[in-house]
Ligand binder design. Structure first.
Ligand code: 5GP
Length: 288
């Protein structure tokens, strides 16, 4: 392509226009981020504002508070919108599809994904149980192949499934992560997590270290929290006091716990479990 013959004044004008358009788009993005503009308002604006019409759909979506690059990309892929598409180039069906995807007068802010991990016996499940009472939280229910303990219920503490079911769901890509722990398999069902985050809930995954490290690889948004015992002696006491496991299983857990403690530096945050209330308030503060 031959560049047009432009005078220095023309070039200066073109540059100034491009600069003003960029500035306008940055302003609009800031308004979206702070929740002052909804998606439909931006689409409306694009009809009369050329700078907004030329904004890339990807930039628009990722500016929505709580959406981010990963979800923006996945929504666009699903709706068949090319990654470089601008608002003015959206198809007749793509526009309403985007509006219903992010339907809400003021856009729902995506929840935060917290991954709580730490050595077995440190008190993760007690924290998770307490967090279930918080309306803003959804505590993910894992699938496992281990047998239920006497006080556990299917669909509440875990989904207790067979090894064959586990393998079938794993192959179908149903799991966000999975791990083998003390002879049993555990996994986080992907759909429930995504659904809760989209509905604006903060999601807690209470999983083992290997699982947490997998989540880190597949999710940009995950906040990894390592729950630590106040001391090693305290952890040994807690594991010893656990009457639900056999002697052999407890010894194995202790050995694992020792290895697991060494992973703490790989996590975003470390919380020492002095009390459930204190851990809960630290977790809640990570979501704001
Ligand atoms: P428990 O059998 O005592 O309920 O759990 C054993 C370990 O498995 C705990 O460390 C727990 O955090 C972990 N765990 C529970 N659910 C999941 C899961 O979905 N994925 C992974 N990777 N670990 C899990």
């Amino acid at each position: 392509m031959q560049p047009p013959q432009l005078s220095p004044e023309d070039r200066a004008r073109a540059l100034a226009k491009a600069g003003a358009a960029r500035k306008r788009r940055a302003e609009v993005k800031a308004q979206i981020k702070s929740g002052n503009y909804s998606l439909s308002q931006v689409f409306e604006l694009s009809k009369s504002d050329e700078a907004v019409a030329k904004m890339r759909v990807f930039e628009l979506l990722e500016s929505i508070s709580g959406v981010g690059k990963v979800r923006a990309r996945s929504v666009m892929e699903r709706l068949n919108i090319s990654p470089t598409r601008r608002i003015q180039g959206l198809g007749a069906k793509q526009l309403p599809a985007l509006l219903s995807e992010f339907a809400s007068p003021t856009l729902i802010e995506r929840g935060k994904l917290l991954v709580l991990s730490g050595p077995g016996g440190v008190g993760k499940s007690t924290v998770a149980k307490e967090l279930r009472k918080e309306a803003k939280f959804y505590v993910s229910v894992s699938a496992t192949t281990r047998t239920p303990r006497h006080n556990e219920h299917n669909g509440i503490d875990y989904f207790f499934i067979t090894d064959a079911e586990f393998e079938a769901r794993k192959s179908a890509g149903d799991f966000l992560e999975w791990a083998e722990f003390a002879g049993a398999k555990y996994a986080t069902p992907k759909a429930q997590v995504e659904d809760a985050l989209t509905r604006g809930k903060n999601v807690l995954l209470e999983i083992d270290i290997a699982g947490a490290e997998q989540v880190r690889k597949v999710s940009d948004e995950a906040i990894l929290v390592f729950l630590e015992p106040p001391s090693w002696e305290e952890l040994v006491n807690r594991l010893e006091a656990r009457g639900t496991d056999s002697e052999e299983r407890r010894a194995h857990r202790l050995e694992l716990a020792q290895e697991e403690l060494a992973h703490a530096p790989n996590f975003d945050h470390r919380i020492v479990n002095h009390s459930v209330t204190q851990v809960l308030s630290e977790l809640v503060s990570l979501t704001s």
